[in-house]
Design a protein around this ligand. Structure first.
Ligand SMILES: *[C@@H]1O[C@H](CO)[C@@H](O)[C@H](O)[C@H]1NC(C)=O
Ligand SMILES: *[C@@H]1O[C@H](CO)[C@@H](O)[C@H](O)[C@H]1NC(C)=O
Ligand SMILES: *[C@@H]1O[C@H](CO)[C@@H](O)[C@H](O)[C@H]1NC(C)=O
Ligand SMILES: *[C@@H]1O[C@H](CO)[C@@H](O)[C@H](O)[C@H]1NC(C)=O
Ligand SMILES: *[C@@H]1O[C@H](CO)[C@@H](O)[C@H](O)[C@H]1NC(C)=O
Length: 598
């Protein structure tokens, strides 16, 4: 997907063109590794790193301004999404930056042919051995191992750049990124095998009635497509519009199995089973598509079955992004360390027509991702939003904490070198340009205790959240959790959906799966249905949702007011009237939302 701009750039830059007075290195970034990582050995000098260099996106502020205008339902430009080319123009680096970085690379013998450039030219990638990277960045790489998990990675805790390059380079990875691909967590909370025989609906106890909605009593202990349509007021809605689409991202070698999808459809979506409906598979950076039943993934199957089952017959795509193979330090095999969000974002941003609603059920503790990297990945999500894509992300399964039940592994301790106790928000949920989805359970609904919620330590609270979040903060008893969270931070989640007892088929067997891993694809299914409503009326798709959700669409949510999300040795926050840091604005009332957005 990288476009070579070789012909467009001056190739005659000689080594001497890089003035020596500017070669003095100055530290660009310095981190304390997260708890658990220790140095194992110096990095093998011939180990090849896939280095990514991020050049400043000179006009990102303008992109952000466009994004907020076109996502504000009261603005005259609402829905006027930007084209791929418009976005690329706005994030392109200044020519001075491109020139200075190209010169610097040439001074180290790196030729234009060796450099991959993103379509906008804001990311460069090159594969070079550790020995050369160490010289260029005036640093020393080591093999680090994680005490608990036994994983190994090649990283450094600081790197430097010639003084004159600081303004032309925003970040370089892999350097200080200790939140590795392998650490990226699927947000599944529990899996239990259940009876694969379908419960005939006739034998279910009578329906539960609440606010005029009839919900089958079985939905209190087993969530199916029918249950979600009942609970969220979408019974009988069948999408018909042309041009709609929905996508699921997969990582960690999770395989979405087509035979399991068919079994699921036979169980829960007969109309899809009748036509043998399936999804398109797209491999990102070498992601594989095993259809071997014993390699079917619980996460991937949950995601595709519910997102695609809810939105059938909307065209659906599963994106599998490859992970890096485990690095074996003592063998010293050359290995490529990919960074998951950027690999996926590169691909998606290069794609001429990304799916209009995309769900991601993976994440990590915000603090394990370097801030510079988180900001840049978040800027990539903004770019997709500007193009009319709605991005949903699970808010995490640790309540206000990191979900780690073992206090020995330093739950809720900051890795800023100060070892403070602090709530741990999740990333990418904490990016203000995605819609973070928390979890509920039962009917009538209440918050589920693991629902990830809280406040970013990196991202300021976006304006669209001001009213809702200030109301919530004002209601907190004075001094609550002082020092444990950032009152000015982007608050999560934005919304919620059911998150337990999802009836999923994996390897031909039925399971109950729970986690905000279930909430995000479920919410995304309804977003695809809302897009259908808009497209059918000739309106543009919803795109970046949050400014709409917190304003015009606020009344289209069921407010959840029972439950809390414990973590870090505290009871966490309470679900309250209005927005709260457990279930956000609440769960969707599709019927109401459809009226509000069409
Ligand atoms: C669903 O289960 C929850 C938890 O057991 C219970 O509080 C609630 O009353 C049940 N709902 C109904 C309608 O039975
Ligand atoms: C359904 O798809 C499967 C797998 O691709 C194929 O083997 C089967 O023949 C299809 N059945 C129908 C009815 O199209
Ligand atoms: C399917 O996967 C399992 C587990 O990885 C493996 O043992 C088995 O050999 C595979 N079967 C085929 C036909 O490849
Ligand atoms: C923080 O914890 C780490 C690991 O336990 C320890 O090495 C370090 O000295 C501590 N730092 C402070 C400032 O307490
Ligand atoms: C949550 O609600 C309980 C019971 O009303 C109250 O005692 C507690 O202070 C509340 N906690 C927070 C963080 O608001």
């Amino acid at each position: 997907m990288w476009v070579s701009l070789a012909s467009a750039l001056p190739l005659l830059v000689a080594v001497a063109a890089f003035p020596s007075k500017n070669r003095e290195h100055k530290v660009k970034e310095l981190v304390t590794p997260p708890p658990g990582w220790t140095i194992h050995a110096p990095a093998p000098s011939d180990h090849v790193l896939k280095l990514r260099i991020g050049l400043p996106q000179s006009n990102f502020a303008a992109l952000e301004a466009h994004l907020y205008e076109i996502s504000d339902p009261y603005h005259e430009r609402y829905g006027a999404h930007l084209s791929k080319e418009d976005v690329e123009e706005l994030v392109a680096p200044r020519p001075e930056s491109t020139g200075a970085v190209t010169e610097w690379l040439a001074s180290h013998g790196i030729r234009e042919d060796d450099i991959g450039r993103s379509p906008a030219g804001d990311w460069l990638t090159l594969r070079i051995p550790v020995a050369l990277v160490e010289k260029m960045l005036d640093t020393k790489y080591h093999v680090w191992t994680h005490m608990g998990r036994g994983e190994s990675i090649v990283r450094t805790t600081s790197y430097s750049l010639p003084q004159s390059l600081h303004e032309h380079i925003e970040l370089i990875q892999p350097t200080t990124l200790f939140g590795t691909f392998k650490k990226l967590k699927s947000t599944i909370h529990s899996i239990n095998e259940v009876d694969a025989i379908v419960q005939p609906q006739d034998f279910s106890p009578p329906g539960l009635e609440s606010a005029g909605v009839t919900v089958d009593a079985s939905c209190n202990s087993t969530i199916t497509i029918t249950c979600l349509k009942e609970i969220y007021n979408a019974v009988g809605y069948t999408p018909t519009a042309k041009g709609n689409s929905i996508g699921i991202t997969g990582y960690l070698g999770e395989n979405a199995n087509r035979a399991d999808l068919q079994t699921f459809y036979e169980d829960q979506v007969p109309a899809a089973a009748a036509v043998n409906s399936t999804f398109e598979f797209i491999s990102v950076a070498g992601g594989l598509d095993s259809q071997n039943a014993s390699e079917a993934g619980g996460e991937a199957n949950l995601d595709v079955q519910f997102a695609f089952g809810l939105s059938f017959p909307v065209p659906s795509t599963f994106f599998s992004t490859a992970g890096s193979p485990p690095f074996v330090p003592d063998i010293g095999t050359p290995e490529d360390t990919n960074e998951p969000y950027t690999d996926w974002l590169d691909f998606m941003l290069s794609h001429p027509s990304p799916p209009l609603a995309i769900s991601t059920s993976y994440g990590d503790d915000e603090q394990t991702v370097p801030e510079s990297f988180a900001r840049r990945a978040c800027a990539g999500f903004a770019q997709l939003g500007a193009r009319g894509v709605s991005l949903m992300v699970s808010s995490g399964d640790g309540g206000v904490g990191d979900g780690n039940p073992d206090p020995a592994t330093q739950q809720c301790i900051t890795n800023d070198g100060r070892n403070r106790t602090r709530f741990i928000p999740g990333f990418p949920a904490s990016c203000p340009f995605v819609t973070a989805v928390g979890g509920t359970v039962f009917f009538p609904e209440q918050a589920i205790d693991f629902s990830g919620g809280g406040f970013s330590n990196f991202f300021d609270r976006p304006r669209y959240q001001d009213d809702a979040v200030e109301d919530f903060l004002e209601k907190l008893p004075k001094g609550t959790y002082r020092g444990l969270f950032n009152r000015k931070g982007r608050a999560i989640p934005d919304v919620a959906a059911q998150s337990n007892f999802f009836r999923v088929f994996v390897g031909g067997r039925a399971f109950h799966i729970g986690g905000t891993s279930a909430s995000s694809p479920a919410f995304t299914g309804f977003v695809a249905l809302l897009n259908d409503g808009r497209l059918s009326k000739g309106l543009p798709p919803l795109g970046f949702l949050n400014p709409l959700l917190y304003s015009k669409a606020k009344s289209g949510f069921n407010d959840i007011t029972v439950g809390n999300n414990p973590g870090c040795g505290t009871p966490g926050f309470n679900a309250t009237k209005g927005w709260d840091a457990v279930t956000g604005l609440g769960t969707p009332d599709f019927g109401k939302l459809l009226e509000l957005v069409t």
